[in-house]
Design a protein around this ligand. Structure first.
Ligand SMILES: [Ca+2]
Length: 87
């Protein structure tokens, strides 16, 4: 790998990270949080969206105990004030 390639790779990664942070700073839609597009938020997607939220919060939001947060559960949690961008 040449130096030029290395610098380009690092720049690309930094840009991707900045984009991710910028996305999270705004009110993200459920579809944006559902990064794999399967219609539910996995614990991993949930942590990505709400880094400050604890596992207990996830369990509380997962009303049907499916281990995933669906859009209705997510919007109910947002409406209840359980979630904000700070987790
Ligand atoms: Ca998902």
């Amino acid at each position: 790998m040449t130096l030029r390639t290395t610098v380009f790779s690092i720049t690309g990664a930094a840009a991707a990270a900045l984009f991710a942070i910028g996305s999270m700073a705004q009110a993200a839609t459920f579809g944006e949080l559902d990064t794999d597009g399967d219609g539910v938020l996995s614990p991993e997607e949930f942590v990505m969206a709400y880094p400050g939220a604890s596992e207990a919060v996830f369990i509380a939001i997962d009303a049907d105990g499916s281990g995933m947060v669906d859009e209705a559960e997510h919007s109910a949690a947002v409406d209840a004030g359980l979630l904000n961008q700070d987790g």
